[in-house]
Ligand binder design. Structure first.
Ligand SMILES: C[S@@+](CC[C@H](N)C(=O)[O-])C[C@H]1O[C@@H](n2cnc3c(N)ncnc32)[C@H](O)[C@@H]1O
Length: 273
C-alpha cells in the first residue's frame, strides 16, 4: 500500500467528489428516519493544508483553494461544511464531511486498511460516538456490513486504484452489493485519464442489468491518457432528481475552477456501455 492521500486532499477531484457526497447526504437527512454511511476507503479524515505533502504537490491550492478564491457558491451544503475546516488550514476527508452532516441518530462505519492511517482516523473521531472506525478491507466490509439495520443510507467507495484489477473488482463487488441491498445508495469515485476505469467499473453493473445507475463526470480538460483530466462518480439508486442538482454543480464547479476547456456530464449508465 503505497498510496498516501495527504498529497491529494482538497484537489479538484476531491472538491467534485465531496460536493456530490454532500448533496446526497443532504437528501438523506431530509427524512427523519436514521441512516448509515459506509465509507469503505476512509483515509485519515482530516488533512493539514500546510503539511509538506500538501505544499509539495500544490493540488489543494489549485482545487479547494481556487474554488474559495473564486468567491463563487456551489449548489448544496459542501462549501458551508468545508469552510470551518479551511478557515483553520485543514481539509475534511469524506468521514469528516459525513460527520459534519449527520444528525445525532445517524452513524458512520469508516474502513481504512493502512495501519498508520487507521490510527490517525481513529484519533480524529475518538470523541464522536456516531463514527465506528474499522481496520478492515473496504471491499470485504462492503458486502459484510450491508444491508444496515436502518435500511437507509449510502455506501461511499473511494479506492486508490493502485492495483490494475481494482476497477473490475469494484464493479463486481458493487453488482453483488446491490443484490444484497437493492434500495441502498452507492457512490463509487474513479479518476479519469481515459475512459478505461469508468468502463471497467460499469461493465458488471450493465451486465447484471442493475437499474437506476447514473454516472457523473467532471473534466478540467480533454483526457489524453496521461494526465489526470478529472474524475467521475458512478451512482446507484441516486436520490430523486439528484441529476438536476448534479448538472448545476458541474457547471458551477467548472466556472469556480476557471476550467473553460472543461466539461461536465450526467448520463444514465446504459449510455456508458
Ligand atoms: C482516495 S483515499 C480515500 C479518501 C477519502 N475517501 C476521502 O474522501 O477523504 C483511499 C484510501 O483507501 C485506503 N485503502 C487502500 N486499499 C484499501 C482497502 N482495500 N480497504 C480499505 N482502505 C483501503 C488507502 O490507505 C487510502 O487512505
Amino acid at each position: 500500500m503505497n498510496y498516501r492521500h495527504a498529497y491529494h486532499a482538497g484537489n479538484h477531484t476531491e472538491v467534485f467528489k465531496h460536493a456530490v457526497l454532500a448533496l446526497i447526504l443532504d437528501r438523506l437527512r431530509q427524512k427523519p428516519a436514521p441512516f448509515m454511511v459506509l465509507d469503505t476507503h476512509a483515509g485519515l479524515g482530516l488533512y493539514d493544508l500546510r503539511s509538506p505533502e500538501a505544499l509539495k504537490t500544490g493540488e489543494a491550492a489549485a482545487g479547494i483553494g481556487a474554488v474559495l478564491a473564486s468567491g463563487r457558491e456551489l449548489p448544496g451544503p459542501y462549501l458551508s461544511v468545508v469552510r470551518p475546516f479551511t478557515d483553520r488550514g485543514l481539509y475534511p476527508g469524506s468521514p469528516a464531511i459525513a460527520a459534519a452532516m449527520l444528525r445525532a441518530h445517524d452513524r458512520i462505519a469508516a474502513c481504512e486498511l493502512h495501519p498508520e492511517d487507521v490510527a490517525v482516523l481513529r484519533r480524529n473521531f475518538r470523541d464522536d460516538r456516531r463514527v465506528a472506525v474499522h481496520h478492515r478491507n473496504g471491499y470485504e466490509a462492503l458486502l459484510a456490513l450491508i444491508p444496515p439495520p436502518e435500511r437507509r443510507g449510502l455506501v461511499f467507495v473511494d479506492p486508490p486504484y493502485e492495483k490494475t484489477d481494482e476497477a473490475e473488482r469494484l464493479g463486481r463487488t458493487l453488482a453483488a452489493a446491490v443484490r444484497k441491498w437493492p434500495t441502498g445508495i452507492f457512490a463509487a469515485w474513479y479518476p479519469i485519464k481515459d475512459d478505461a476505469i469508468g468502463r471497467a467499473i460499469a461493465r458488471p453493473l450493465v451486465e447484471a442489468g442493475v437499474p437506476g445507475c447514473l454516472k457523473v463526470e467532471l473534466l478540467r480538460h480533454r483526457p489524453d491518457g496521461e494526465r489526470l483530466a478529472g474524475s467521475g462518480i458512478l451512482l446507484i439508486n441516486p436520490p430523486w432528481q439528484l441529476d438536476d442538482d448534479l448538472r448545476r454543480l458541474g457547471g458551477e464547479l467548472l466556472a469556480a475552477l476557471s476550467a473553460g476547456q472543461g466539461r461536465s456530464t450526467v448520463d444514465s449508465l446504459t449510455m456508458f456501455r
